[in-house]
Design a protein around this ligand. Structure first.
Ligand SMILES: [Zn+2]
Length: 260
């Protein structure tokens, strides 16, 4: 309790600190959605970035050097997920590992009932509930920051997984305040997930990335990418899914969407 109070006080002080000019310039140049936010949201986001950067460790991998540019551009995108809500700043996450481009990971993938495929796959990012870390490819991070409306953003995707972990499971359900919200969420996600799976199996084009048909956790992460990057389209084609995400995030990204 005392610790929580001290932490909250420290965070309040961090949020109130003047934001370094150099960092702001980096964000304005490289994180396109930032310039479309309202003045209040920009101020709130900068405060969250100060806390995020004070609390999370960054490590370069594969010869990659961490710079202020890397830290700030990742933080700005991750903290978009925190606006307007009480937040504990991704409490399970300690370290962010950054690779220059894609990185290779060993993977075993089921391709048939008794058939597994093993081998190296190129990845852009990953995180796990018990990892305490999150891995990102800098190439993918930069691309995600530069194009705010292609529906793909590796930072939003991986940090959405971190939000999913906040209720102690990796099940596509973040922390929801009320029982009513939980029931509504479960109902909408069940139907939307089933419909993405069906479309993916029959090859029907979808707005949501069919990677979301992997499992409910990926469905949530992919939905979050679409919610922030293609909100108009998501609202038009999946109004109930959009409404659940809007209630959870307490944001309406249509207001700052760069979609044409
Ligand atoms: Zn994922």
């Amino acid at each position: 309790m005392i610790l929580a109070l001290l932490r909250e006080r420290r965070r309040r002080r961090l949020r109130a600190r003047p934001f370094p000019k150099k960092w702001l310039t980096l964000i304005q140049h490289h994180v396109v959605f930032f310039n479309r936010l309202s003045g209040n949201d920009r101020a709130e986001l900068l405060g969250h970035i100060q806390v995020f950067l004070a609390e999370k460790r960054f490590e370069g991998c594969g010869g990659f050097a961490i710079t202020d540019e890397v830290r700030v551009i990742i933080a700005a995108q991750a903290c978009l997920l925190l606006l307007h809500r009480r937040t504990d700043y991704f409490p399970l996450l300690l370290t962010i590992l950054v690779y220059p481009l894609t990185y290779m990971a060993e993977e075993k993938r089921q391709i048939g009932e008794h058939l597994w495929e093993e081998g190296s796959v190129a990845r852009l990012g990953e995180t796990g509930r018990k990892m305490g870390s999150l891995v990102l490819s800098w190439g993918a991070v930069r691309h995600g920051a530069a194009d705010p409306s292609d529906g793909k953003n590796v930072v939003l995707h991986e940090f959405a997984h971190q939000l999913d972990f906040e209720n102690d499971a990796s099940d596509g359900v973040p922390h929801l305040a009320t029982r009513e919200q939980q029931l509504a969420w479960a109902e909408v996600m069940r139907i939307e997930y089933a419909s993405l799976r069906a479309a993916s199996e029959s090859g029907i084009p979808t707005l949501l990335d069919t990677y979301g048909a992997t499992d409910p956790a990926e469905f949530f992460a992919v939905s979050v990418e679409a919610f922030f990057e293609q909100p108009r389209a998501l609202h038009a084609r999946h109004p109930k899914l959009y409404a659940e995400l809007r209630t959870y995030f307490q944001q309406d990204p249509v207001e700052f969407s760069a979609e044409r």
